[in-house]
Design a protein around this ligand. Structure first.
Ligand SMILES: C[S@@+](CC[C@H](N)C(=O)[O-])C[C@H]1O[C@@H](n2cnc3c(N)ncnc32)[C@H](O)[C@@H]1O
Length: 294
């Protein structure tokens, strides 16, 4: 009974404001200080965009046969991809073979072939920390986009009270925007509903597969990354990324975020996790849940 209570407390304390306040002084090593909002970025937005386009294009090509309806409506996009496939078969062995044999790679395999690593959810190496995220193939160089934090995006004035009760997956951005990355219960229902609302058949504006055990975008498991501890230092950090207007419409189906309100004029907010150092095969990813902006 006592052990069960302790386990619940260990899991809950990270969401408990008085616990955080009392422990800020004692846990200096697990805090991340950011001098100003604008200095928070480890890599530029252009680099983040480039990486996302690279992996999303590879996913699109891997899934080419299912994209017929989209391609029929976008002839110039179709010709670009066909050119890519036919003009560079030797340079792009993976893409070409995908096209020939259709969807031969799992999303994790594709991630490995495109960015040089794979990540997967598994039992955390920390006792009673539940699920964590591990590098299961390859190697992650410092400064790489290693994961994405999926979920519904709420502006700071939007109602999130009921979704946030007992929910350890609410991520707060530096500017007060919230992302609810919970793949269960009311959070899951809200995300699905917003996603259907924004769908312009056959164009999906977001990816819903992160709500299931089989993810379509292999980066969209960042909500399962655990907090660092004095023994396990952070090897990744969160970075906000606003999707630019020029983002290709055919690739939006891989974005694991959606806005709660339809009439929001600002760009879609995503959060990516960036490697703070080289991360080797088998290592678990750890972030820092507590960022202090001076
Ligand atoms: C965003 S979730 C991370 C995924 C979580 N491990 C799971 O299995 O659902 C945050 C929760 O993970 C657990 N957690 C994260 N970091 C931890 C740590 N260093 N030690 C113990 N539990 C941790 C806490 O229960 C926390 O509320």
């Amino acid at each position: 009974m006592l052990r069960a209570l302790r386990r619940r407390w260990e899991a809950y304390k990270y969401r408990f404001v008085p616990w955080i306040a009392l422990n800020l002084r004692h846990k200096r090593r697990t805090l991340r200080y950011v001098p100003e909002d604008c200095k928070d970025k480890i890599v530029s937005d252009e680099e983040v965009l480039e990486t996302l386009l690279k992996i999303f294009k590879a996913l699109f090509i891997n899934d080419f046969s299912r994209q017929k309806k989209i391609l029929a409506l976008l002839p110039e996009v179709k010709s670009t991809y066909l050119e890519l496939l036919h003009l560079q078969p030797s340079k792009s062995k993976i893409t070409f073979s995908c096209y020939e044999s259709q969807n031969i790679f799992s999303p994790e395999e594709l991630l490995f072939h495109t960015l040089g690593f794979s990540i997967t959810r598994n039992q955390s190496s920390l006792v009673s920390a539940g699920t964590g995220v591990f590098v299961t193939r390859g190697f992650v160089p410092k400064g790489t986009v290693v994961a994405m934090y999926p979920g519904t995006v709420y502006q700071k004035y939007e109602p999130i009270f009921f979704q946030s009760i007992g929910n350890p997956f609410i991520f707060r951005c530096i500017d007060g925007v919230f992302i609810d990355g919970n793949d269960k219960g009311i959070s899951k229902a809200v995300y699905r509903s917003c996603s259907r609302r924004d769908q312009l058949c056959p164009f999906h504006m977001s990816d819903v597969s992160w709500l299931t055990p089989v993810v379509q975008n292999p980066l969209a498991v960042g909500q399962y990354v655990n907090n660092c501890s004095p023994e396990k230092a952070a090897n990744v950090c969160y970075q906000e990324f606003d999707v630019p207007e020029c983002f290709p419409i055919e690739l939006k189906q891989y974005l694991p975020n959606i806005t709660y309100s339809h009439d929001i004029q600002s760009p879609l907010r995503c959060v990516v996790l960036i490697a703070l150092r080289d991360i080797k095969l088998g290592e678990e990813l750890f972030s820092n849940y507590y960022t202090i902006v001076n």
